[in-house]
Design a protein around this ligand. Structure first.
Ligand SMILES: [Zn+2]
Length: 121
């Protein structure tokens, strides 16, 4: 549990660095909204990330009133044997929902990035 939280804190800290760069580049005084895309495969616990971000943002005036919205991206695979695409929650041993093959290619679910930022100039 503790390890998980540390993971999300370090991601939140990395986000703060990137957001500070975005604010500088746009001559923004404040960041008001941050939208993130987080894939299920990324292993990030959304609630922990929001919790970490809400704690860290208070130390940064340009971020202190920012709201964070996380858009969770489903885990989708394409089967290399039968060609279908399917969604799964199994991040460890997924198999094709049609032919049970393990020969799969990931289509989405690995995302972990800032999607959109709203600023106040
Ligand atoms: Zn298949």
């Amino acid at each position: 549990m503790r390890k998980k939280t540390v993971h999300e804190v370090s991601i939140a800290l990395g986000m703060v660095d990137e957001l500070s760069r975005i604010a500088r580049e746009n001559d923004a005084e404040k960041i008001t909204l941050v939208r993130l895309k987080i894939g299920k495969m990324s292993g990030i616990v959304t609630d922990s990330l929001i919790f970490a971000f809400d704690a860290i943002k208070l130390e940064h005036p340009f971020l202190s009133s920012a709201e964070i919205i996380v858009n969770e991206i489903p885990l989708i695979y394409e089967c290399n044997d039968c060609g279908i695409q399917f969604e799964t929650d199994d991040i460890y041993f997924p198999s094709c929902s049609n032919c049970t093959s393990y020969n799969l290619k990931i289509i989405s679910g690995e995302e972990q990035h800032i999607d959109q930022v709203e600023v106040e100039v």
